[in-house]
Design a binder for this molecule. Sequence first.
Ligand code: ATP
Ligand code: MEV
Length: 869
Amino acid sequence: MSSTKKYRFSTECVTIDNPNAGKDQYNSSSVPIYQSATFKGMNGEYDYSRSGNPTRTHLEHHLAKISSAKHAFAVSSGMAALDIIARILKPGDEVIAGDDLYGGTNRLLGYLKSNAGVIVHHIDTCTPSTVEQYLNKDTTRLVLLETPTNPLIKICDVKDVADRVKASCPDAIIVVDNTMMSPYLQRPLDFGADIVYDSATKYLSGHHDLMAGVVVCNRDDLAKHMGFTINSVGNGLSPFDSFLLLRGLKTLAIRMDRQQATARIVASFLNKLGFVVHYPGLSNHPGHDTHFKLARGAGAVLSFETKDIKTSERIVGSAKLWGISVSFGAVNSLISMPCLMSHASIPAHLRAERGLPEDLIRLCVGIEDYEDLIDDLENSLVQSGAIRTRFTPAEENWSSEIGSLERIGEERAMAWEKCSMFEEQPTVKAASTAETKKEGGNIVVSAPGKVILFGEHAVVYGVTAIASSLDLRCYGCLSPRSDNSLSISFPDLDTDVTLEIEALPWKAVKNAHDDILDIDHELVAALENHFPAEKFNSKARGAIISFFHHYMSICYNDRRAVSFSARSDIPIGAGLGSSAAYSTCVSTALLILAKKVAIEHTHNATHISHDGRRFINDDIAKYVNKWSFVSEKILHGTPSGIDNSVSVFGGAISYSRVRDQAMINLNGFKSMKLLLTNSNVDRDAKKLIAGVAKLKQEEPEVVKGVMDGIQGIVDEAVRCFNDKDLNRNVLLNGLSELVRTNHGHLDRLGVSHPTLEIIISKLQAYNLKTKLTGAGGGGCTVTLIPDDYDEKELGDALQKLQQAGFDTYLTTVGGSGLGYLIEEYNLEKNTQSTNEEESVGPFTSVFSKDFPTNELNSKLRESGHWVFV
Ligand SMILES: Nc1ncnc2c1ncn2[C@@H]1O[C@H](COP(=O)(O)OP(=O)(O)OP(=O)(O)O)[C@@H](O)[C@H]1O
Ligand SMILES: C[C@@](O)(CCO)CC(=O)[O-]
């Protein structure tokens, strides 16, 4: 067989030449399966499929071509391939093989040692000088190499070893198991190997639907010997499996590209968590440079150590997406413990001698979405106790010792963000090519507040929380100006600011393009100087700084003169997520202004319900949410991301910041009737969150107990919401009990307030269970009202609260998230006004202080219709 390389690898893979040109009577595009044991006639090319079969010939021809090899053979498994090669050996021959070998290879060599008189040395073949010590000019016949090794991912310099072997034992043959790399990534024949074999069950076929082995070589003498053996023992690959393998090979490059890109992300993720990770794609891998001398990629198998077998067992056992299975190279990702699985046939004492850690976990990365793989892995690590989400203030270092791996939420988020350098930046486009925002018009947006039913504060430390959007909303309006100024107006906070665009501290901007998508601390510091605390009330100051931070980061390259106004019917600073709703409005309006997102204009969008028509697409929502979270960081310091996520996506969810997108819809929560009672005690959420962080530092055990307690409550609540058979009254009574217990935990964190306790006891008198909600320290309480609760009793309770000076809101929850007003006004008149007054149009009065907040929604509806996430 000969091969001429005409194209690049992926093209070669997909173009299968017919070695018997002109012999297919129908010119089939796909190679047919010649499922025939025998072939008629006396002098034909084929007579018996053991000796040769046309489908197998096609395959072997193709394998030789993509491996740039002279000869290729396809046999019934990877081990069959090694068996064919090993039959070159005679009694007395010596074999040098690695000490980190696949268990099956180890078993076959062991058999030859005890039954065929072959001497086998298992040594560290990754150290060429060690190999040299075992070379014996007269008897060394075969040097078996594997690189990277499996599962310790050690790297062997094939060229260096081959040179040394050939120098002193010219008759010895160098055999390389290339299964981990495939011919796409590594071609050991180019580096001095005589024979290369692959278990084609892995990457070559790629789907774990067949067993096959492939042998390639350039030497005619070796090919003749192996061809003879295959015919003699009859382990040539069957026609059907040859067909499947040929089919799999077409996508080898594309699969491998995706798999190794994801493997790199997974390896970085584990590495940044502090695990000992074995992956040659990491620059800290000792064999990194050697590997890349030989190979053009790092592959998609990696392993890592946890230092505890039980922990490893739990990680493997908790994985859902990562399938527990031996083998690798398929499109599905796998997780295994080699010592218990693929390498269990190596006796424990030998595994120990060869330095194979019993706790080692091997990950074989497939083609799933990398975010799902990371999510699943992270969940397994958390569930197994290998990592814990532990938040501490930024200045505290995070421990790097493994065993009791304890990782910090914030640091882990940072680690993840660094990993995301491998991920594509979000591409946010218009939902369709429909008419998009006319330049120069108003941008009117809105976003809901939220109520947390369980898990506030604890959610910052990785505990799950349950929250829902409210019917109360913040509204934002961004309008063009005709001068060179920016103005912001916060009527709810009695604050207006107007300044020239160039007066802003532009030089401080570090993140001049939005790809960085995180808080620009230098810019925040510069803005804090620009808007000194003495001159602004603290609430307005935070909102101003957050607005200008976003304007300067998002619109850096397109600094347009605009006016921005915000109005809200959410009580501000009352624990109902007014800051997240404000942050969502600011982020959305500026992203639309800078054309980073576009929402299509249409006359006939009908919003049915949150779970009904999702008119603003998910990409836009996720992108806005990231910016909204950054604004929340400016306002809250170290938020968990729950408030902005609820505000953007709406609905009722359980949320965990372990990955800040870990949101699960809880439909049962939506129909709940809640009473919100505002204590009207002002408080500062940022300080309260910082206070819990301080307590955690001072009394870690107490706080840990509280966190565990709250997690237990949330787990139970989620179970109840998901239990469709649970009687509604039982559910509500159970949840009410959990509400009471959750408040007890929050009190222990020091975030309650005497006035909140008064509200709670007033409602307790009516047998209604109440807790603080949000950051606490004042603000609102939330009470779950059972469906069958007596109307009159409830009326009495509300009256008592109002008499005591508290504001009450009876509300249902779970409505729409981020909304965008499609202005009929603009569409109809096709307004392109440059006149400020004219373009602000009907909104000037709506966003003024005199306009009642509870009429905002209905008034805005007169100007157009809303579309929602
Ligand atoms: N309508 C608004 N106009 C301007 N700024 C606003 C508006 N609503 C909220 N903000 C900003 O959000 C801040 C309120 O955040 P804070 O965290 O104190 O309360 P909250 O978000 O209502 O409560 P929690 O975070 O506990 O749910 C305000 O101080 C202000 O900076
Ligand atoms: C106190 C807190 O848990 C909720 C604030 O609404 C903070 C957060 O999660 O960002």
